[in-house]
Write a protein that binds this ligand. Structure first.
Ligand code: NAD
Ligand code: TYD
Length: 360
């Protein structure tokens, strides 16, 4: 039975990945979820797996070398899937230091502890040990022209403190591959959406605000483009790279689903109006009149778009969920999890929202 150490498993993508893996492999794998539970980490995301015998949660900080060493010493880890990170661009613009600490130092600690645990006396690594570093397409910078895409060979050109810290962490992984032949892969994925996404990111923020009749803040001219992928398709891609990827390789994951932000906002409004029953009082609140153009994000990347040619050709990965279906599933999930949204938006979230949007 393979044991997976998943970092950041209480966050958005990590928790969806853990659900995906248990749906796919049942009792034939073991998952240890290591998460320090920042504002973005939420054990409610894992309620339905927490009692499984093949699941364990350990609260630890990935920058705490001793804590991570102890986990490797106490458990025979076969695979590391490294999600833990500070992940929000706007927060990185206000407070870059924690991004460097978690994303760069944290990745260095994870790499070093895995290497120390897995390296054999002759400097090689035992068959079956693998480290998958989960990264973002934002490391490639910004595309201006339509019809151009990010490939694995695109030079890194990060702009935000978030993407600079992720680029640095990718470089560290690459250095371990080149220097030690460390058995790792990197995946660079486009923007994800789906259940359990924290409402600081565009899609859940717009759903949550619209249902309360609050303004829908659109940065700049609303024409920035992101390439959206349903989170289960990302989880499937990570698993397929772990199983079939060539060691040392990078794979871009994205579904050719480019949309301007303003299109996303109007699709959400239209879909909410389609899905809300006539008797639901929230129908009265949801309207395009809520759209409010606000001050642009500093250094706002114009367009991201992934060419998933390599992962498709080498591994056979394809996205399964078209946007029209994925956004309905996401909205349905938020309808069914009002308590979840209430819990994550009480307390600190209010203060965050006031600080982030006061001048917008
Ligand atoms: P998230 O912010 O929802 O979750 C991050 C998780 O990491 C949280 O559970 C948090 O508690 C944990 N964490 C943070 N600092 C930690 C630390 N020092 N020690 C241990 N745990 C810590 O993020 P997400 O959106 O799920 O993203 C997960 C990963 O995927 C990140 O590495 C991100 O860069 C990458 N990624 C995200 C997207 C996206 O659209 N969200 C796209 C591509 C890649
Ligand atoms: P976000 O979800 O923060 O992801 P990222 O910055 O990592 O791509 O933002 C997606 C896009 O939506 C980005 O172009 C910024 C824009 N945006 C808004 O227009 N309004 C908002 O309130 C937020 C959070 C984002």
């Amino acid at each position: 039975m393979k044991t997976y150490l998943v970092t950041g498993g209480a966050g958005f993508i990590g928790s969806n990945y853990i659900h995906y893996m248990f749906r796919k492999y049942g009792d034939s794998i073991r998952i240890i979820n290591v998460d320090v539970l920042t504002y973005a980490g939420n054990l409610e995301n894992l309620r339905d797996v927490e009692n499984r015998e093949n699941y364990m949660f350990i609260r630890a900080d990935i920058t705490d070398k001793e804590a991570i060493q102890k986990i490797f010493a106490e458990h025979e880890i076969d695979r590391v899937v490294h999600f833990a990170a500070e992940s929000h661009v706007d927060r990185s613009i206000k407070n870059p230091e924690v991004f460097v600490k978690t994303n760069v130092l944290g990745t260095a600690v994870m790499l070093n502890c895995a290497k120390a645990a897995w390296e054999q006396p002759d400097g090689t690594f035992a068959e079956g040990k693998r480290f998958l570093h989960v990264s973002t397409d934002e490391v490639y910078g910004s595309l201006e022209e339509e019809g151009t895409y990010f490939y694995e060979t695109t030079p890194y050109a990060p702009h935000s403190p978030y993407s600079a810290s992720k680029a640095s962490s990718d470089m560290l992984v690459k250095s371990y591959i080149d220097t030690y032949h460390f058995p790792a892969n990197i995946t660079n994925c486009s923007n994800n959406y789906g259940p359990y996404q924290f409402p600081e990111k565009l899609i859940p923020l717009i759903i949550n605000n619209a249902l309360q009749g609050k303004t829908l803040p659109v940065y700049g001219d609303g024409k920035n483009v992101r390439d959206w992928l349903y989170v289960d398709d990302h989880a499937k891609g990570i698993d397929m790279v772990m199983e079939k990827g060539r060691l040392g390789e990078t794979y871009n994951i994205g579904g050719h689903n480019e949309k301007q932000n303003i299109e996303i906002v109007t699709i959400i409004i239209d879909t909410l109006l389609e899905m809300l029953p006539k008797s639901d009082p929230r129908r009265e609140l949801v309207s395009r009149d809520l759209i409010t153009y606000v001050e642009d994000r500093k250094g706002h990347d114009r367009r991201y778009a992934i060419a998933p040619d390599k992962i498709r050709a080498e591994i056979g990965w394809e996205p399964e969920t078209m946007f029209a279906e994925g956004i309905r599933k996401t909205i349905q999930w938020f309808f069914e999890h009002e308590e979840w949204m209430k819990n994550v938006t009480s307390g600190d979230y209010q203060k965050y929202y006031e600080d982030m949007y006061q001048n917008r």
